[in-house]
Design a protein around this ligand. Structure first.
Ligand code: PMP
Length: 295
């Protein structure tokens, strides 16, 4: 990481307890995390200087590491302090925060029992995952060829680097065809999620979303479910088959980076962002901007 992504400017990154200029925040080429995907990370957003659901993200980072059989040598409070420090030192108020933990470079083989575990926290300005124009029209989704893996074949509830290999391939393929992203099915052929966001559908005033089996139960997903319940919108978590996409009128994706983004197309199916999507998009916006009260 020589400069922060998107901004292309130097700032400071917290690495193993020290603040270092981003151009110096580098890892050796022979790093276990790079070769064997022994890395877990978080994507978070600060609004008005306060990270939305910050503690839940720090806790998920610790849990993801445990699922990959390593322990981050910092507690949740220390991770929280590091995130606050990075925002303050870089003078960032509305920003994206990326924490990443990985196995270091002592041994380079499948086994790396004694490798040092590292932690870094970076932050930069990342206004929206999708452009504003894309968001208001609703984004177009391809249907990915790769499927989310069976939880029996991968630690699928971890936010782990290795699980993103098929996401990047699928997203690139979709982008080359003119789509914004791709909807991924799970190993059984049921609707799962997008390459970096969860998915929701609307039918007859009800919200339908797949149960988080084999994919990340996003913090935004959980928040939107709560917001819908507060509005008295019935939320139905259930298996959703691709054939059912024709029956839904609205669809949107959720994620820290994507926030609540309406969907207009999935393969041959068309959706029109309507009342439920707009209500939840606005409720989510209001909640994240409510600052400290959101946690
Ligand atoms: N699924 C995947 C694959 C993701 O990368 C993300 C973004 N972290 C999500 C879902 C949504 O998670 P969250 O709402 O916690 O950001």
């Amino acid at each position: 990481m020589s400069v922060t992504p998107n901004e292309k400017k130097e700032n400071v990154i917290w690495v193993d307890g020290r603040l270092v200029p981003s151009s110096e925040a580098t890892v050796p080429v022979l790093t276990h995390g790079l070769h064997y995907a022994s890395a877990v990370f978080e994507g978070e957003r600060a609004y008005g200087g306060v990270i939305f659901k910050s503690r839940a993200h720090s806790e998920r980072l610790k849990t993801s590491a445990e699922l990959l059989d390593f322990e981050i040598p910092y507690g949740v409070d220390e991770i929280e302090a590091a995130k606050r420090q990075v925002l303050a030192e870089n003078g960032l108020v509305d920003a994206y925060v990326r924490a990443i933990a990985w196995r270091g470079s002592e041994a380079l083989g499948v086994s790396a029992q004694k490798n040092t575990i590292h932690l870094a926290v970076a932050a930069w300005v990342w206004p929206s995952y999708f452009t504003r124009e894309e968001r208001l029209k609703g984004i177009r989704l391809d249907i990915a060829e790769y499927r989310r893996p069976d939880p029996a074949t991968a630690p699928s509830t971890a936010k782990a680097a290795g699980l993103y290999m098929i996401c990047t391939i699928s997203k690139h393929k979709a982008e080359r065809k003119g789509y914004s992203d791709a909807l991924m099915l799970d190993w059984r052929g049921r609707v799962a999620e997008c390459t970096g966001a969860n998915i929701f559908f609307v039918k007859n005033g009800e919200l339908h979303t797949p149960e988080p089996e084999g994919f990340l139960n996003g913090i935004t997903r959980q928040t939107v479910i709560e917001l819908a319940k507060q509005r008295g919108i019935p939320v139905i978590e259930r298996p959703i088959l691709p054939e059912e996409l024709a029956d839904f009128t609205e669809s949107f994706v959720t994620g820290t980076a994507a926030e609540v983004t309406p969907v207009s197309e999935i393969g041959p199916h068309r959706f029109t962002p309507g009342d439920i999507t707009t209500t939840l998009l606005t409720d989510y916006e209001n909640l994240v901007h409510a600052g400290g009260k959101a946690d």
